[in-house]
Each structure stands twice: as C-alpha cells, then as structure tokens.
Design a protein around this ligand. Sequence first.
Ligand code: SF4
Ligand code: ZN
Length: 318
Amino acid sequence: MVQQKTTKCSICKVKNAVYFQKHSGLYFCKKDFILSFERRIRRNINKYKLLKEDDIIAIGVSGGKDSLSLLYALNKIESKFTKSKLIAIMIDEGIKGYRKEGIKLAVQMTKELGVSLKVFSFKDLFGYTLDEIVEIARKKLPNGPAPCSYCGTLRRRALNYGAKSVNATKLATAHNLDDEAQTFLMNILRSDIDRIGRTGPLTQKLDDFFVPRIKPMRNIPEKEIVLYAHYNNIPFHGVECPYAPISFRSDIRDFINKMEQIRPGIKYALLNSGDKIRSFITVSRPIYTCIRCNQPSTTKICKVCSLFDKIGLTLKDF
Ligand code: SF4
Ligand code: ZN
C-alpha cells in the first residue's frame, strides 16, 4: 500500500496542513490558520485606521458564522486594549421561523465571552415586522422592490439607532470578501457609482447622527470564516433567510462563485477594483432632516420613508 505524503504547514514547517490558501499558495496548520486570520483583521484595523484605543465598538451580530466569528476575533484582539469596549447589537427583523435560532446562538456566545448584547426589533422601531412589510408590499406593489431592499434599508437605520443608543463610537459589521465583491458588482450593474464611493472599509462620519461603520473582515473569504468558526468551536446559525434566494445578490453570488471556479482570484480583483474606483470619487453630500420622520438623511425624504410611502405605510415615531 502506498503511504500518502501529508503536506506540512508552510508557516511552522512542522505541523500537518489543514488548509490550502489558493491565492497565496500557502498551506496552514490549524494554529497558523487562526493566527493568520486574526492578523489580517489587525492589519485592516491598522491600515485603514478603523479603531482607536478607547473606542466603544458596537458589533452587529446575526447569529451567523460571519458576525459570531468577528465578535470572537475582535474580543480577542481588543482584550489587549483596556480602554476599548465591545457591545453586541442584534436586529430582529421579524422573519418567521428564521431569526429566533440566530438570537439564541448570539445570546449563548455573548454570555460565554462576557460581552453585553442588545436586541432591537423592526416591530418596536418601525411598527412592523419584515414579514408584515413584505406582505403589504406584495399586495400594494407586486413588481416593487425585493424583501432585501426593505430589510437592508431598515436594518441600516436600526443598527445605527442601536449603536447610538449604547453610545458606540464605531459600528463594526461582519462583511467578508464575498459580500464586498458582490456589492461592488451589484453597484456597477445598477450604475450606482456614488454608492461605490460610500462603501469602503470605514464610512466617513457625515454628522453626529451616523455612527462610523467599519468592516474589519472585508478581505477575508467566506470559506475561511467558516473554517475559523469551526476551529474555534463557534456554533452558528447556518440556515439561509427565506427571502435570500429571490434577491439580486443571490444571482450575483452564484455568478461570482462560478467565475471564481474558472478564474481563481476574481473576488479579490473585484474588491481591489472597488478600492481603486473609490479613490477617485469624492463623497460630499448635504445632510437634510427628513420631512416625514425628522431623522437626518442624505435625501430630503429619507430612504425608509420613501419605501414606506410607496406601500402606504407610515413610520412609527422613531
Ligand atoms: Fe434581510 Fe434579505 Fe438578509 Fe433576509 S436575506 S435577512 S431579507 S437582507
Ligand atoms: Zn424619513
């Protein structure tokens, strides 16, 4: 019988490799994979000046692999900085049969790490669950925006509200390389170049209302996050949202994944293209007070109110 030769880790050269990183050509053992993962997050924080030593960091968690891995890694990294503080923020959109499991896992994980968790629901903040909004929208506007458009717009406001209410100075989100590549291509296909200018590693502070958002995992592939969660025994909610398959993002994700198979490196190329284009775009937008809900907005009627207007809903006092 032929003995199969095991590949050694390219970093320590001693332990057996458990992961081959295609884009770098490196093999990693478990320990060096975890170290490299956390090093990339630290590098992003330093390179883009994402955090200061005394930041109060709100982390948006969903109970999925990305957000729980970010929480776990940032908790480890930030434990060296005594002046900074982490608080997990969870948004319950009100999606029947889906969100409850994520909340359970986030509660469990934050308890284990000793990080406080605050849950904010669409129902409390806006007066409706996402399921209720989708139901109304399907009747009023059958060819209107997909559920993710309502969800994304409302969640952005809810996360900002949550971060403000815990006095956070930064809002960390768990966007990964796959998300960033998809978002860039979606913006190109929608011809939304302005948005490319606004979706970097750190959003600019437009005024005191908007908590600056940071993306410390923006260049880490989704599959490496799954591996990181696995090697650190992070239990996560792996079920897909019932609305996800009908989103534009889902089509783009399938396309990019197919292209990545044929031409490895395409996700990094999309991320880098976004960064290059962004460096040529100057974002300077006036801040208005929305004439409907009185919230600061970059348009005269904010995105939340304009979506609600179209389906005949009125926003609950925010
Ligand atoms: Fe919301 Fe769409 Fe994500 Fe579901 S898939 S949680 S509807 S953004
Ligand atoms: Zn408004």
